[in-house]
Design a protein around this ligand. Structure first.
Ligand SMILES: [Zn+2]
Length: 375
């Protein structure tokens, strides 16, 4: 709270002084006139920003009403109990969102969708919302986040969902199965196969075989569903490709088929976000990450050809995952070197260890603990 002597003066909140508010899916909120910035007690203005191709999560505000001005961008506000009514929104429009009204904000344009939001509470309470037909019978709120699918390919911006996708479909372009945020045109950017530097991430559920022997089948199924439904969208959002679902784990590729300079960081961010999302889960997850050369491309025999990556880097990443404790991310030497700036930035330290790994000799690994293993 600010000093009393300032209370009779006009206060400026410059763009770099905005406080961060709650996120909803792809939508970020920055608090302008608020208790946090100027000690406002009755008026609260927030800037919501949604990058192109993204949408907010379905949500409700439980404790406030909002008046919204569309400052820039093009999009839709999905509303109604089933989120099946779309209001087209454009700059100059105003919206009113009463408390408890489910909604999703979608950006269909090429630039940021910027909303100026005025609301009547300092501490906004946002709850994720599931439409009635998406709920399980005994479930009011989903235990895990649903995948957040974009209307446009995250790389080339081709519409793959929503009304504009019809044109793409006529051209034979669809969403890509291994990352539904990308399109099939981007998938085929590698023809045949080639040697590529890639980052490989393996993640799996720790103690799964014990759960199999102890737990009832439906409990097991809900653990698996929770794992995949939570982990896959994290991968998709970081340009990763879920190459294989492996029973109790997954194999994820970065830098293919869409090249990304920051592929190692993408993978490490994915690993960190996964561990964060699973920090309250009833199970632990072990993750291994390594960067290096692999054969990438459409590999297979005759009719069974699939886009994948094979090679020593892939095998090493799998080995690293196998030695990761619950809540741990084990980085190979190259992944650690390429992600060390990111880890420094986040104030994270990884314990270095030299380990004899069968088939690889002595390998310098780094263990990044993200939570205490469950007792
Ligand atoms: Zn694309």
């Amino acid at each position: 709270m600010l000093a009393r002597w300032m209370e009779s003066e006009v206060r400026l909140v410059s763009r770099d002084q905005l406080a961060a508010g709650a996120r909803s899916g792809g939508m970020s909120r920055a608090m302008a006139i608020a208790g946090e910035t100027v000690g406002s007690t009755a008026i609260f203005t927030v800037l919501s920003r949604l990058p192109p191709g993204l949408r907010s999560s379905p949500h409700v505000h439980t404790n406030c009403e909002s008046s919204i001005y569309v400052a820039s961008g093009q999009g839709r506000m999905l509303t109604g109990a089933n989120l099946d009514r779309a209001l087209l929104i454009q700059p100059g429009d105003f919206l009113f969102v009463p408390p408890g009204a489910p909604h999703v904000v979608v950006n269909d344009g090429d630039g940021d969708l910027v909303l100026v939001v005025s609301r009547n509470t300092s501490e906004e309470q946002v709850e994720d919302y599931l439409a009635p037909h998406e709920r399980l019978p005994d479930q009011r709120k989903a235990p895990f986040a649903k995948p957040l699918l974009l209307d446009r390919c995250k790389t080339c911006r081709t519409p793959i969902r929503g009304p504009l996708a019809i044109v793409s479909r006529l051209r034979g372009i669809h969403s890509y199965g291994k990352n539904p945020q990308l399109c099939t045109r981007c998938e085929t950017s590698i023809r045949g196969s080639e040697d590529r530097v890639v980052t490989i991430l393996f993640a799996d559920i720790r103690g799964y075989s014990r759960m199999v022997s102890e737990g009832p089948n439906d409990a097991l199924l809900s653990v698996l569903r929770g794992f995949f439904n939570t982990a896959a969208p994290v991968v998709y959002d970081s340009f990763g490709v879920v190459d294989q679902f492996l029973g109790d784990g997954m194999k994820v590729l970065f830098n293919v088929p869409v090249p990304r300079v920051t592929h190692t960081e993408d993978a490490v961010k994915t690993a960190l976000t996964m561990q964060e999302r699973f920090s309250d889960a009833s199970f632990g997850v072990g993750i291994g990450v390594e960067t290096g050369m692999a054969l990438a491309g459409h590999i297979g025999v005759d009719t069974v050809v699939d886009f994948t990556c094979v090679g020593e880097t892939v095998n090493l990443a799998a080995r690293l995952q196998s030695i990761a404790a619950p809540g741990e991310i084990v980085l190979g030497p190259t992944a650690w070197r390429k992600a060390s700036a990111l880890l420094d930035e986040r104030g994270l330290t990884a314990a270095a260890e030299r380990m004899e790994l069968k088939g690889f000799g002595e390998v310098d690994i780094h263990r990044l603990a993200t939570r205490k293993p469950p007792s």
